[in-house]
Write a protein that binds this ligand. Structure first.
Ligand code: CO
Length: 439
């Protein structure tokens, strides 16, 4: 297997991107930096927008971000690519620390559906945002500890004899607190913990107000396999799709496309998307309505535009794992490094239709990349993603796609180097060619 230098560089850049994004707020920050460096202008949702044709802008709402190029012709539809910035894992509680038998621990809540056992024995740290007192109000800091800070040690096999037969299970309340240190100086765990966070923000502990902190793995992503053709990392679901969407938008940003191109990267997908910033909320619709308003379009024009629009929901797909054949639909094995996957589900857990799948196949063909089809076993519950939600709220044609992934929701997932480049190429082709394709 010969991996082209450009393909390797895209995968390497993905590892940097994931490393820069240990929390949704870090992901948004990294995207904003890259967009600003490429000349995209930051918009404030609280200000009036003036967007001449060809404007390149982005905005953030919490852990979500939308970036767009307005396009030269407001009568054409929009092409929107969606992905999500959050990953399942452990989140620190508001009153986090306690002392137990001489050790202090950090209380966590399970966010979404991680494979909890994979969080044991990892070199974890904390990352997220912290609010500190500032004048009469507060200021928000992005915070990340570089060093391994806390840990969830396994119980020794001598005390958990059945672990290899029944699997590793944790009680979510009592067995997940993360060990942080020795409670050796008489100070309360809560005080010590607050001191730690305050120091990292460079403020006094009494000025520390609130936080959104996630446990994150400190191990950087890596390549594996005889030709380094595979990627292992935290958060490939779904930062690989965020990165691919961002690369695609940046790739077409110099084109001055006639048709508007948007990417929407949403927080809260892993917990159902129903929030002020999630895909189930108003964010995408709000931005599209404001694009219409700034182009002088009325409600009728906007409906016409949406009728010509297309949404690509990019999230990871379950790669074929030969050790567990019974988990898969026999006719729909998707291979790592076999190319982008179109995900279909008759019950609309995925938004794909025969038409939208055909359209995405056209984008893959235009990009000269292969394309695979996935369906979940009919006797297993199928996961869902942002595709059906956004499609329902906007009323636009929509397809669910993704790159093949092993161990979805493990703290260390695996994917393919070739697939990432292929997904970037397919999404770039989608932003370039959508206006030429028949609806
Ligand atoms: Co996902």
């Amino acid at each position: 297997m010969n991996i082209a230098a450009t393909v390797r560089a895209q995968a390497q850049d993905l590892l940097h991107f994931i490393d820069a994004g240990p929390s949704p707020w870090h992901v948004v920050h990294e995207c904003a930096e890259r967009l600003a460096a490429a000349g995209f202008k930051r918009l404030d949702e609280g200000e009036r927008w003036r967007l001449p044709p060809g404007s390149r802008c982005y905005l953030t709402r919490g852990g979500s971000l939308v970036a767009f190029i307005t396009g030269g012709n407001a009568d054409q539809g929009l092409t929107l690519i969606g992905a999500h910035t959050d990953s399942p894992g452990l989140r620190v509680k508001p009153r986090a620390a306690d002392e137990s038998g001489g050790l202090w621990r950090v209380g966590v809540e399970v966010y979404g559906s991680p494979i909890l056992a994979t969080f044991a024995d990892r070199d974890l740290t904390l990352a997220g945002r912290v609010n500190v007192r500032s004048g009469q109000g507060f200021a928000s800091h992005l915070v990340r500890f570089a060093q391994p800070l806390l840990r969830l040690p396994n119980l020794a096999i001598h005390m958990n004899r059945e672990v290899n037969e029944v699997g590793l299970k944790f009680n979510r309340q009592s067995e997940l607190p993360l060990l942080l240190g020795l409670a050796d100086d008489g100070a309360s765990g809560e005080r010590r913990f607050r001191q730690l966070i305050a120091e990292q923000c460079g403020v006094a502990p009494e000025d520390l107000l609130t936080w959104d902190l996630a446990a994150a793995d400190t191990q950087a992503g890596s390549f594996w396999g005889p030709n380094s053709e595979f990627i292992a990392s935290s958060r490939l679901d779904n930062l690989a799709s965020c990165h691919a969407a961002l690369c695609a938008l940046l790739a077409v940003s110099a084109d001055a496309p006639a048709r508007a191109a948007l990417i929407a990267l949403f927080d809260h997908e892993e917990v159902g998307s129903e929030s002020a910033v999630g895909a189930g909320g108003s964010l995408a619709a709000d931005v599209i309505a404001r694009l219409a308003a700034s182009a002088g379009q009325d409600a009728e024009d906007q409906r016409r535009r949406l009728a010509r629009s297309f949404f690509i929901s990019a999230d990871m797909a379950h790669a074929w794992h030969p050790n567990f054949p019974a988990a898969y639909e026999p006719g729909h094995h998707v291979l790592v490094n076999g190319g982008p996957v179109i995900k279909s589900n008759a019950n609309q857990r995925y938004s794909t239709t025969a038409d939208s799948a055909a359209r995405f196949m056209g984008f893959c063909a235009a990009a000269s990349v292969p394309c695979q089809h996935y369906a979940h076993r009919a006797d297993l519950g199928c996961g869902s993603t942002i595709g059906p939600l956004v499609a329902a709220r906007l009323g636009v044609a929509s397809v669910d796609v993704g790159s093949p992934l092993w161990a979805m929701h493990s703290i260390r997932e695996s994917a393919g180097v070739l697939d990432h480049a292929a997904m970037i190429a397919a999404l770039t082709a989608a932003l370039r060619r959508a206006s030429a394709a028949a609806m």
